[in-house]
Structure formats: C-alpha cells, structure tokens
Design a protein around this ligand. Structure first.
Ligand code: ADP
Length: 353
C-alpha cells in the first residue's frame, strides 16, 4: 500500500490519500489545512527539513528511510521508505508531494534473518571447531591402540591360538578404520570457503590428472572411461580435484565384480552455469536414498561389501556448495548412476562456509 500527500509551502496538507491518513491516525478531511507539526509532532523534526530542501532546490529526494512513531500507533517504532517530489500546478504554485511505503515488516524480517544468520554462522563455527578438536584429540589414543596391537601381533602373534589372533585382527582393523574415519572427518571439517582460490581450471587436464591416480584400478578392471570435450571453469583447483576423485572413485568402486566399469564424463552449458556429470554402469542407487548419501557417514553398504567411510559425497557437496553450485544424483538400482554438479560460469563470490 502506497501513501501519498501534497504539502503547500507553509507545510500544510492540501491533499492526502486514505492509506497515509490512516497511518497518521486521522480522517482525510481532518488533514486539510493542518501543518505537519500538528499532525505528526514526533516526526516533524526529521521530515520538515527534507520538505524545505525540496522547496529550495525543486529537486526530488528519493528513498529516504524515515523511522519514528505515528499517532495511530503510539509507542511503536515504525519504518517507511519515502520519496519527495516538487510539483508545479498550472497556476505556477509549487507543492511537495510525498510517496510513502511502509517497510516496518521488511525491516523486522531482515533483522530477524540477520540474527538467524549470525546464530547459524556461530553454531557452524562451533561445530567445525568441535569436529577439529575432537578428531585431533581422538587420533592420539587410537594411534596408541593401533601401534600396541601391532606390537602384540609382531611379538606374541606366534604364541596366540587362532581365536586370540582373530581378536587381535579385529582390534587392528577397527582401530585402522576409526583412524580413517577421523582423518576423513578432519578433511571435511577443514574444508572451508575462506581458503578457496578461484582460478580457471581446464577440466580436461584435471580429469586426466585425476585418472592418473586411479591407474592401477583402471588397468585391473579394464575400465573404459570416456569424456566429452570439457570446459575451463572457475574453481579452486584442489577442491575440484577432490570432487572428481570422489565421484570417479565411487564410479569405479560401486559395481558388480564381473562388470567392466564404463564411465562417461560430460559437460553441458546452461544459461548461468556448467553442468558436469559422471555417469557409470555400476550397481545404482535406490532413489529413496538419493539425498541421504550426501550426509556425513551415510552409506548404503557394509565396509566388507565396499570399502569406504561414507564421507566422500559429503565432501563433494560441501565443495560444490561453497562454489555456489548444486550436486545431485539420478539413479535406480542396477541401472548405473549419474552424478551431476553445477558450477557458476561467472562466480561472483563464494558463499560463507
Ligand atoms: P563411501 O564411498 O566412502 O561409501 P560416499 O560418501 O562417497 O562414501 O558415498 C556414500 C554412499 O553412496 C556409498 O556408500 C554408496 O552406498 C553410495 N554411492 C556413492 N556413489 C555411488 C555410485 N557411483 N554407485 C552406487 N552407489 C554409490
């Protein structure tokens, strides 16, 4: 709702619409001939100088934020966005019109959002700090368990009967798995947008480099990996490399043993972003779980079936979102999976971690 009024040079109301009259707590008729001081005593000190300037300069003054109380709602601070315009009539009289939009609710929402945002930022920082400290402190005792279990195996393994050796193996594998979980959690907690450096990254080159890391697996499984001509994108090279490593690693890993992995990487240009996809012919994912797999430690398989800690996709999601992109999967059981992620073509700025 827009309020409107017209003042003469004595700052008396010559016209006003219903909306503004209601805000001022009087009928339209009650305004005629009254001065600004009479109608809005508490706002007059702020508004009168603005009117005077309009009459002096005959220039409009746009979008001034006015804050104060009005007679219709005493003791309540309210906010308006007001523009003032000089108006000349046919008989050469000069008036000043005001156009008033109430923004009290918007201001309240913005303040609330800022408050929520600050709280969210703080609790994110607390959580990251907690994850860092907890995982750092847990590494030490785990290292001790692991190395003493190794010592036991080395020195006394021969004198232990079968069951004892089995128990020891369990201790060792569990300790190693916990160490791996903690290392992954640390990697996740340390990923933060502040350290990001956006540079042009040639995805063809990055893909070739990343595939180099999987040379052994590719040779062992006869994997066939193909790719479209890929674009150069603006990204943090190290982080983008982690995304490709995780997606390609999963594409090679989650397959039936006898299946020869066939993986295709492609890129499609959208109006605002590049959409990159990694398609595989593996075991696929039940669509019911296509959101859950991006959460920390969420896996659909036991470590005995497919090794891993369940953090790779969470890392991918954090990195892609830090780049202001999105990541998702399209898949069905036994139908292979296609993971998609987007990267803005012209990144303005990274989002706060
Ligand atoms: P990890 O690979 O360590 O298990 P991720 O976070 O990378 O952890 O993946 C989470 C889960 O999502 C995996 O355990 C698996 O169940 C499923 N998943 C991920 N990628 C694929 C894929 N290409 N094909 C089938 N399932 C997948």
């Amino acid at each position: 709702m827009v309020g409107f009024s017209l003042m003469n040079q004595d700052l008396r109301y010559v016209a006003i619409n219903e909306t503004l009259a209601e805000i001022n707590g009087r009928s339209v008729a009650e305004h005629y001939g009254k001065t600004l001081q009479e109608v809005l005593p508490s706002l007059a000190p702020v508004v009168v100088p603005v009117y005077r300037r309009v009459f002096e300069t005959l220039q409009p003054i746009s979008n001034i934020e006015v804050t104060g109380e009005v007679p219709s709602r005493p003791n309540e601070l309210r906010h308006w966005m007001v523009s003032y315009v000089p108006v000349q009539t046919a008989d050469q009289q000069i008036y000043a019109g005001s156009i008033v939009v109430e923004i009290t609710e918007q201001k309240r929402l913005i303040t609330e959002l800022e408050h929520l945002n600050r709280n969210l930022h703080r609790s994110n920082q607390d959580l990251e700090q907690f994850a860092r400290t907890a995982s750092h402190d847990m590494q030490e005792p785990l290292r001790t368990i692991s190395s003493y279990a190794q010592l036991l195996e080395h020195r006394y393994g021969a004198v232990l009967e079968n069951r004892g050796q089995r128990y020891l193996k369990h201790i060792l594998t569990s300790a190693q798995r916990s160490q791996q979980l903690i290392r992954d959690l640390l990697t996740y907690a340390r990923l933060d947008s502040k350290g990001m450096v956006l540079v042009p990254v040639d995805l063809n080159q990055l893909l070739a480099d990343t595939l180099g890391l999987f040379q052994d697996t590719i040779r062992r499984t006869d994997a066939q990996i193909t790719a479209d001509t890929l674009p150069t994108v603006m990204a943090d090279r190290g982080q983008l490399s982690q995304v490709l490593q995780n997606l390609l690693g999963n594409a090679l890993k989650f397959r039936e043993l006898e299946t020869i992995p066939r993986i295709h990487v492609s890129a499609v240009q959208q109006p605002e972003c590049w959409q990159i996809s990694v398609q595989d012919n593996g075991i696929g994912i039940d669509p019911r779980y296509s959101d859950r797999i991006f959460s920390v430690f969420q896996r659909l398989h036991l470590p005995e079936e497919f090794e891993g800690t369940g953090i790779g996709l969470s890392i991918c999601q954090k990195i892609v979102e830090q780049h202001n992109g999105k990541i998702w999967v399209e898949s069905a059981l036994n139908q292979g999976s296609t993971f998609y992620f987007t990267l803005p073509i012209h990144p303005s700025s990274a989002s706060p971690g």
